[in-house]
Design a protein around this ligand. Structure first.
Ligand code: ADP
Ligand code: MG
Length: 331
């Protein structure tokens, strides 16, 4: 017999939340009442973000459910990371055409594996029938006044990016079946595909940057576009050096150097952090990086031009810095 709405919530979302030890002492009332009640510690501020994944728009039909559960939370954790916030709680809104057990199990597995890793607790949500859509709202905490913003950078600050941007765009290509012409090893193919299906939110890095970065943004629409947003919000311009872009071996093998650079600048779905650090604080940042797994690379500098420009040595490159716009065709 198909599960009803209440059994579905109980079985896939309430019980796992309890059995997988991610309740927190600061959520006296979680799933089951009309709303959750949460304790916000004195001296901290609540940081809230919400991102929605729609089938056919943010992920292809046939995406493994475990990846969908992971990504729905990861893209939101990435927004908290960009603010320097500590993840605390999340809510899940799920619309699905049918209560299909294999799908729901996979989704819950992906979701709770990542939630556990970051100590974030599911405290509520909504479940409806409809075209497959997963929305997550995350709530995080920062010491009062310490949240990172896009707007704090100054000309002369160095521009950094975490990880190896561009991998996810190549991974999506592979996932869509368009990567058959890539003459790469099976492990490299799997690595790139994984970078799209299971992005890592840079939460630990964001926490460290709280004390050292002047501005921060997470890269979801493409590095050039998002670096441009940071620069604009800060009233600056920026210069990116393509020769300094951290490209993974797999990406270069899959696309060749030029297209790898293009993917790193313009591909989406990276969920890396792009941030600025005043030169005087770079050593302090490096000293704290020993506790963080990902690497960070200086890719340029903020300037007073008000434009984002990309250089290959002294030659300026034409790069699409607009990023992804859902309504671009309808304007
Ligand atoms: P209401 O009708 O009052 O909005 P619901 O029947 O939608 O309540 O939900 C009952 C409880 O289950 C609420 O606590 C709600 O937060 C929780 N809930 C519903 N769907 C989900 C979900 N997908 N994940 C987690 N909690 C959920
Ligand atoms: Mg409801």
């Amino acid at each position: 017999m198909p599960l009803g709405e209440f059994e579905l919530i109980e079985h896939y979302f309430r019980q796992p939340a309890e059995s997988m030890r991610i309740q927190r002492g600061d959520a006296p009332l979680g799933i089951g009442d009309d709303a959750a009640v949460l304790e916000v510690p004195e001296g901290t501020q609540l940081v809230a973000a919400l991102d929605t994944l729609v089938e056919g728009r943010h992920f292809p039909r046939g995406t493994p459910p475990e990846s969908l559960g992971h990504r729905a939370l990861a893209v939101n954790l990435s927004d908290l990371a960009a603010m320097g916030a500590d993840p605390a709680w999340f809510l899940l809104s799920l619309a699905t055409p049918a209560a299909e057990p294999t799908f729901l199990e996979g989704l819950a597995r992906g979701l709770f594996a990542l939630a556990n890793q970051h100590g974030i607790a599911l405290v509520g949500g909504d479940t409806t029938a409809g075209p497959l859509t997963v929305s997550v709202q995350v709530l995080g905490l920062v010491p009062r006044g310490a949240a990172l913003r896009r707007s704090g950078a100054n000309a002369g600050d160095l521009l950094f990016v975490s990880g190896t941007p561009g991998d996810a765009a190549a991974g999506l290509k592979i996932e869509l079946g368009a990567g058959n012409d890539m003459s790469i090893a099976a492990e490299q193919r799997a690595y790139l595909r994984n970078r799209f299906l299971f992005p890592e939110a840079r939460v630990a890095l964001g926490r460290i940057l709280r004390g050292v970065a002047s501005a921060c943004i997470d890269v979801s629409d493409g590095l050039a576009a998002d670096a441009g947003k940071l620069a604009t919000a800060s009233g600056c311009g920026a210069r990116i050096e393509v020769a300094q872009l951290p490209l993974s071996e797999a990406l270069c093998a899959a696309l060749g150097r030029d297209n790898a650079q293009r993917a790193a600048l313009c591909g989406g779905d990276d969920y890396e952090l792009c941030f600025t650090v005043p030169p005087s604080r770079v050593d302090a940042m490096r000293a704290q990086m020993t506790n963080v797994k990902c690497r960070v690379t200086c890719i340029g500098v903020l300037d007073a031009t008000r434009a984002l420009r990309v250089f290959d040595n002294d030659r300026e490159l034409k790069v699409d810095t607009r990023g992804y716009d859902h309504f671009a065709q309808t304007r």
